[in-house]
Design a protein around this ligand. Structure first.
Ligand code: SF4
Length: 319
């Protein structure tokens, strides 16, 4: 609760009896934040609990009538609201309240049974990316980092966030709700078991998607053998060990992989927006995983800039 001080009438100016609707809302936010810190389970997003509380009858009634109430009624309404909020916070309803938090925290990984959604055009291919074997990822269950022992196909994330590209953030709506993938259908923030069960089912792989198109399967295999994630990881390790001396090795790999992508796109007439699915993310995009940004200088030379060091001008450039 915000700090109290005395008003001219002797009433505390932070007393519910004299709040206008803006002060009511501001104090409600402060109260909820404190309540959720105390009560909320780590697994259940606080935005979900807030939405549940704000959709309960008591809140809707008190909020919509607040400005019409006299002082004694406001006080008793506020007390009723606090009791209802504490109850709602402890009893998370087993229903989706549409807060959108699970879609904001991660995009789904696809399973083999999602393939008809791709083939039927329900999930456009340019919205998918492949995370390749060896890439570091985080568990959707406990957030712990681990290394992928097998590739995964994922729906892309919105730029600069971990949120799913299909989430309409304003309306908290999924734009492909009727055709959402298995993981989304199993997800329930109040009960992790269905999502854990779904994670046991076979995942979708590129060889399922491109089955029968031998040419593309060969391109994927060639890319893996020439531009495997391990090679990038080893080059960045060497960069660290040599304190930036061996930057040429990383830059050569970035150019080679870029060249490979361009060649595939031109030769097989594959639009560039499908390459993140066909070949995984570009090495240039993946530099961020190692804490670097690729900078192209005026003459076309490339440098690696350590994240957070742009201002200081720190960079590693090739010959
Ligand atoms: S596909 Fe739809 S339900 Fe699934 S994470 Fe994206 S927005 Fe949410």
């Amino acid at each position: 609760m915000t700090e109290c001080s005395e008003g001219p009438s002797g009433l505390s100016i932070n007393h519910p009896a004299i709040w206008d609707i803006d002060q009511f809302e501001a104090n409600w936010s402060v109260f909820l934040e404190a309540l959720m810190k105390e009560e909320a389970s780590l697994l259940i997003p606080s935005a979900r609990i807030r939405r549940q509380i704000e959709h309960c009858e008591v809140f809707l009634e008190v909020h919509s009538n607040w400005e019409r109430m006299d002082a004694p009624h406001r006080l008793s309404a506020w007390k009723r609201l606090l009791v209802a909020a504490e109850e709602a916070c402890r009893t998370v309803l087993p229903v989706c309240v549409g807060c959108g938090e699970c879609c904001r925290m991660a995009s789904p990984t696809l399973h083999a049974e999602d393939l008809p959604l791709l083939k039927g055009g329900k999930i456009p291919w340019e919205r998918l990316i492949t995370l390749r074997k060896g890439e570091p990822v985080r568990s959707p269950f406990d957030g712990k980092p681990f290394i992928l022992s097998e590739e995964r196909i994922k729906v892309a994330e919105k730029q600069g966030s971990r949120g799913c590209v299909f989430l309409d953030s304003e309306a908290n709506r999924c734009s492909i709700y009727a055709d959402r993938p298995l993981q989304c259908r199993a997800q329930a923030c109040w009960d992790p078991i269905p999502a854990r069960d779904a994670a046991e089912l076979p995942f979708l792989l590129r060889r399922h998607i491109f089955e029968g198109i031998d040419l593309l399967l060969e391109v994927i295999a060639e890319h893996e053998s020439r531009c495997g994630f391990q090679s990038l990881s080893a080059a960045f390790e060497e960069l660290g060990r040599s304190k930036g001396e061996n930057v040429g090795e990383v830059l050569d790999l970035l150019s080679y992989e870029e060249h490979f992508r361009r060649f595939v796109s031109d030769k097989f007439k594959i639009p560039p927006q499908y390459l993140d699915l066909l070949l995984g993310r570009s090495f240039g995009d993946m530099a961020a995983l190692f804490g670097f940004r690729v900078l192209e200088e005026a003459g076309g030379a490339r440098c690696l800039v350590p994240e957070g060091c742009e201002e200081q001008g720190e960079r590693f450039c090739g010959e």
